[in-house]
Design a protein around this ligand. Structure first.
Ligand SMILES: Nc1ncnc2c1ncn2[C@@H]1O[C@H](COP(=O)(O)OP(=O)(O)OP(=O)(O)O)[C@@H](O)[C@H]1O
Ligand SMILES: [Mg+2]
Length: 513
């Protein structure tokens, strides 16, 4: 026995043979993981592989059925997250779980307010938050209420909170899903600094480029089983993908065999009234076409989709479908005009967590399930949901499962499926594969191409250049609220798109036109 501990002493954290089942389904099967002090250790695996569950067992949110955790060779077991935090383990969760009606300061110090006599020492709390933000280079006023922040700012607050515990082990579960590239750089700088101070960091992300940028070591899980741990320098992307999915993925993209035909939608002089402003956007979308939208964060891509969908106040703009002017002044009208918008922040804004998959799938199209006397057609809802689960390969025992018990990526798939069930003609997809693993990405690409083949017209906003090049027919580039160019995908390069993205960065558009 002693020998085993001896072996483990070099590790800050050892996880040994952890098993966990939910309602009889084993989602962790003898998982092992060893984290050295002063390293960034990435944990990878497909959606539903068990990454978050393993970390929740470590953090005391779930209790593992079997197996053990060791801190520097000594066994430990946290009874709850508070216990974990007090013992130097903190975690940034995949799902933001904050009290949005309270201030940043309140959220960070919740449950451990410093006191002065009987009173909460507000001044100290504020001061501590300020110095924490200074250390992390975060520019936010601690007195701001959380519901006034963007999702990315709220994510930074969560990260600051995790750091504030002076933890020896920090788990970051997809912390960058909604951060801008600048914020990602900042986060990586923080992570590297903590690593150099000897902290062990467990990093979970589906973004391959990031994994290679920050990791020292990578561990891969597949279907709840431990597959292996490697030094980052011994890994390639192909090797990681192979370990994750258990076979080679020859192509990242399915064949692009949709054939755009006549003009389906024209957008003319679209400008929004309030910041972030988009200026005079004009373009045509052909039937069966997949039009990509590229640009840097803040270029106005999301706002452009929202403007088309009636979710922004317009200064000017007209939308034509098959040459006929339509009124999309509210999302409700847009839905009636057979538009669908998949929002970027869908996990925060689009879920009904305690409802089951069936409800979450059918809610946007609920009218369609009402029978003559106004009752919901349960059978049809069930059938459609089962088809979605199958088509999108949503990993779940059945459609009655509560959506909050699905893995993060699988929740995303349910929401994508929900919009598809509204049978839209024009789909506006904002970052459709964010948080989704490589294998499932392929399936979503195939789904998008198949939809285009049936005559649906699709706009895809994406920050992933390979994705835009892989599945679109044309790419429209936005820069600082303007369209800076439109290119045929087969004739362009990453370089050209990048140049167009930065074209109006210095506000030099007015000078040019
Ligand atoms: N509370 C729960 N009740 C029932 N099943 C659960 C619960 N939490 C997780 N699961 C199941 O356990 C499996 C692993 O989920 P987990 O969230 O750990 O995956 P993940 O690797 O983090 O995936 P992702 O990349 O999508 O975040 C999934 O099949 C999920 O549906
Ligand atoms: Mg997860």
């Amino acid at each position: 026995m002693r020998e085993v501990f001896h072996l483990q002493e070099e590790y800050l954290l050892s996880i040994k043979d952890v098993c966990k089942s939910f309602s009889g389904v084993k989602v962790l099967k003898n998982v092992c993981l060893n984290i050295k002090a002063g390293t960034i250790h990435s944990l990878m695996g497909e959606n539903g592989a068990g990454k978050s569950t393993l970390m929740k067992c470590l953090f005391g949110i779930y209790k593992q059925d079997e197996g053990a955790f060791y801190f520097k060779g000594e066994p430990f077991n946290f009874t709850d997250p508070k216990h974990a935090l007090e013992n130097g383990v903190s975690m940034v969760h995949q799902e933001l779980n904050q009290v949005t009606k309270r201030t940043i300061t309140d959220n960070i110090w919740l449950g451990r307010y410093p006191t002065k006599g009987f009173f909460v020492d507000e001044k100290k709390m504020h001061g501590d938050t300020m110095s924490l933000f200074k250390r992390l280079n975060i520019h936010l006023d601690p007195k701001t209420r959380l519901d006034q922040l963007s999702v990315s700012q709220r994510q930074m607050v969560e990260i600051a909170k995790a750091v504030s515990y002076d933890a020896r082990i920090i788990v970051l579960d997809e912390p960058t899903s909604s951060l801008t590239s600048h914020e990602v750089e900042m986060l990586f700088a923080i992570m590297r600094r903590l690593r150099d101070e000897g902290v062990g960091i467990v990093y979970i992300s589906h973004k391959m480029e990031e994994i290679f940028q920050v990791s020292d070591e990578v561990t891969i899980l597949r279907d709840g089983s431990y597959i292996g741990t490697e030094d980052i320098k011994d890994l390639t992307m192909e090797k990681i993908v192979n370990m994750m999915v258990g076979r080679d993925l020859d192509d990242r993209f399915p064949p692009k065999d949709n054939e755009p035909s006549d003009v389906h939608m024209s957008v003319k002089n679209l400008s929004t009234r309030y910041s972030p402003i988009i200026h005079d956007v004009n373009f045509e979308l052909r039937r069966g076409e997949i039009l990509g939208v590229a640009g840097l964060v803040g270029a106005g891509r999301t706002e452009m989709l929202e403007a088309i969908f009636g979710a922004r106040t317009l200064k000017s703009g007209e939308i034509y479908i098959d040459g006929k002017k339509i009124d999309n002044s509210t999302p409700h009208k847009a839905i009636n005009n057979k538009f669908a918008l998949l929002t970027e922040e869908r996990r925060e804004t689009g879920l009904y967590p305690i409802a089951d998959i069936t409800f979450n799938s059918c809610i946007s199209n609920i009218q369609a399930y009402k029978n003559k006397i106004g009752f919901l057609d349960d059978k049809k809802m069930k059938e459609d949901t089962d088809i979605q689960i199958k088509n999108m390969r949503i990993k779940t025992p059945n459609r009655r499962e509560k959506i909050r018990s699905l893995s993060g990526g699988n929740q995303q798939k349910v929401i994508i499926g929900r919009w598809l069930l509204t049978n839209p003609d024009i789909l506006l997809l904002d970052e459709p594969t964010r948080g989704i693993d490589v294998g499932a990405k392929y399936e979503i690409y195939q789904l998008i191409i198949n939809l285009a083949k049936t005559g649906k017209s699709i706009i895809v906003v994406s920050s992933e250049m390979p994705e835009l090049l892989g599945i679109t027919n044309r790419i429209m580039v936005m820069s600082n609220g303007y369209v800076s160019g439109t290119v045929n995908t087969d004739e362009t390069t990453q370089r050209e798109i990048f140049n167009l993205s930065t074209k109006y960065l210095n506000n030099n558009r007015e000078a040019e036109v």
